[in-house]
Write a protein that binds this ligand. Structure first.
Ligand code: ZN
Length: 60
C-alpha cells in the first residue's frame, strides 16, 4: 500500500511560492529608442550604450 499523500497542500503551495516567472526587464535603446535588454547590444542599431557599438551581421 502507498500513502495517499506525503506532501500536504500547505507544503506544496509553500514550495511553489518560489516558482513565479518574473517579467523580462527591457530598457529603451539610448541610440534608437527600441526596447532592448540591459547590457546587451541593440538588435536594431548594435549599440550597447552611447560609447560602445558592436558590428552588425550585415556589415563587415
Ligand atoms: Zn538601438
Amino acid at each position: 500500500m502507498l500513502p495517499v499523500r506525503k506532501t500536504s497542500k500547505m507544503r506544496k503551495r509553500a514550495r511553489r511560492s518560489h516558482q513565479a516567472i518574473s517579467a523580462v526587464h527591457l530598457i529603451s535603446c539610448p541610440q534608437c529608442g527600441t526596447a532592448k535588454l540591459p547590457h546587451c547590444a541593440c538588435g536594431n542599431c548594435g549599440y550597447v550604450n552611447q560609447h560602445t557599438r558592436l558590428k552588425q551581421e550585415d556589415e563587415e
